[in-house]
Ligand binder design. Structure first.
Ligand code: AMP
Length: 406
């Protein structure tokens, strides 16, 4: 009987999943999919195979029962896996968990104590953590006895020096957990691991990684370890994102509270769902829509995004005492040659010389042979990283030579 592993990423209204065959102790992608619109009147299930071919979509409307919560969603996924890969046994479930606080510096096997600890972290990530926990509880019910592992978006950044881990507010806040945690750690860890394979010398140097997707952040990595991130206490800080504001003067919050009389939930709504590319363009959160638009607002939204990324290249290079390589990943970083070109234009001062032709075709190496700093595109794969961690924590991973040496 073949063995499968499921990776779940449970959000507020969606559950993303990846199914891996792990019969040989190494994850092989069988399917990637999602349920969107949980709790809404129309819930849509869609999935693709390992080659990106669609398995089709299924609509669940309210009349036919719908999918109202995470438990039902996980159940639908389980039934679909059963139908699509008959005769396979689910041996583990790996969960992406946004916040591991100070305690979880690496992936952990989930038990009641871990769940209680994750619940304590809800105040630090009220938008994401409750859904991650709901996904864990739903999966425990759906797969009783199957081991589950939590992999955290914060773990990769836990080694930051104090000055990159704190805000300059009274110390008591730091002590109670108000820290610059940084997120997207699963993606950065995967990219760092890939860099060891494709450019081992650069991977040992000073690297700035730009994860530019609907969520966006950048990370300074030295000798394979994160030392600074543009994201801070919450997933709002740093770069502007699809709908999130990025870096914001705290005085603006006071203005919204005191002068506009907005409640905290109204402010939360503005900063998380109405800001960023969407807020500036008034058009879309999607970079493709903005690139296709000829409105001034769309252009200015892209200008803002590009210029914040450029500033962070400088800031993170200073944090690293120099720069040896830069990496782009995420939907925008991997696919938008225009954004990359604009970010890297005129960066010879820092040692970057772009190979425009390579950049146009999304090549792996997009810096010219003259460039002192090498610039790469790496397709991130958070699902694979979570699957490997899950197998590793459970002692089921068959490591290759490089992994074994780490
Ligand atoms: P992610 O959250 O990593 O899936 O990234 C989503 C973002 O990537 C959206 O803003 C998309 O518009 C953007 N994106 C994906 N493909 C392209 C493309 N070919 N050109 C420009 N942006 C893209």
């Amino acid at each position: 009987m073949s063995k499968t592993l499921i990776v779940l990423n449970a959000g507020s209204s969606s559950i993303k999943f990846v199914v891996f065959d792990v019969t040989e102790g190494k994850p092989v992608n069988l399917a990637t999919g999602q349920i969107e619109g949980l709790g809404a009147s129309a819930t849509v299930f869609s999935a693709k195979d390992g080659e990106g071919q669609s398995f089709g979509e299924r609509n669940f409307d309210k009349a036919s029962g719908g999918i109202s919560n995470h438990a039902e969603g996980v159940d639908v996924i389980l039934r679909w896996i059963d139908e699509t890969f008959p005769g396979s046994e689910v041996v583990a479930v790996g969960h992406r968990v946004v916040h591991g606080g100070v305690r979880f510096t690496k992936p952990v096997k989930i038990d009641d104590t871990v769940i209680a600890e994750l619940e304590k972290l809800i105040p630090l990530a009220p938008i994401h953590q409750p859904h991650n926990i709901a996904g864990i509880l739903a999966a425990r019910e759906a797969f009783p006895g199957v081991p589950q592992v939590a992999v955290f978006d914060t773990s990769f950044h836990r080694g930051h020096p104090f000055y990159n881990d704190t805000f300059a507010i009274p110390r008591e806040f730091y002590n109670e957990g108000v820290r610059r945690y940084g997120f997207h750690g699963v993606s950065y860890e995967y990219v760092t691991r890939r860099m060891k394979q494709i450019a081992p010398l650069d991977a040992e140097g000073r690297v700035v990684i730009a994860h530019l997707g609907n969520g966006a952040s950048m990370c300074a990595v030295r000798y394979g370890h994160s030392i600074a991130s543009t994201m801070g206490f919450s997933a709002l800080d740093g770069l502007p994102m699809g709908t999130r504001c990025g870096n914001l003067d705290a005085g603006v919050l006071l203005y919204m509270l005191d002068q506009k009389g907005y409640s905290s939930s109204e402010i939360r709504n503005i900063l998380y769902t109405k800001s960023g590319l969407l807020g500036l363009s008034g058009l879309s959160q999607d970079m493709r829509d903005l690139e296709a638009s000829d409105t001034r607002e769309a252009r200015e939204a892209i200008d803002y995004f590009v210029n914040r990324v450029r500033r962070e290249v400088g800031a993170l290079s200073a944090a690293l005492d120099g720069l040896d390589a830069m990496v782009f990943c995420g939907g925008i970083g991997e696919n938008s040659w225009r954004v990359r070109e604009r970010v890297l234009q005129g960066m010879q001062w820092i040692g970057i010389d772009l190979d425009e032709e390579a950049n146009h075709r999304n090549a792996r190496l997009i810096s010219s042979p003259l460039s002192r700093v090498r610039v790469y595109i790496v397709r991130t794969n958070e699902g694979l990283m979570i699957a490997e961690h899950t197998l590793d924590v459970l002692g089921l991973l068959v490591k290759d030579v490089q992994q074994a040496a780490e």
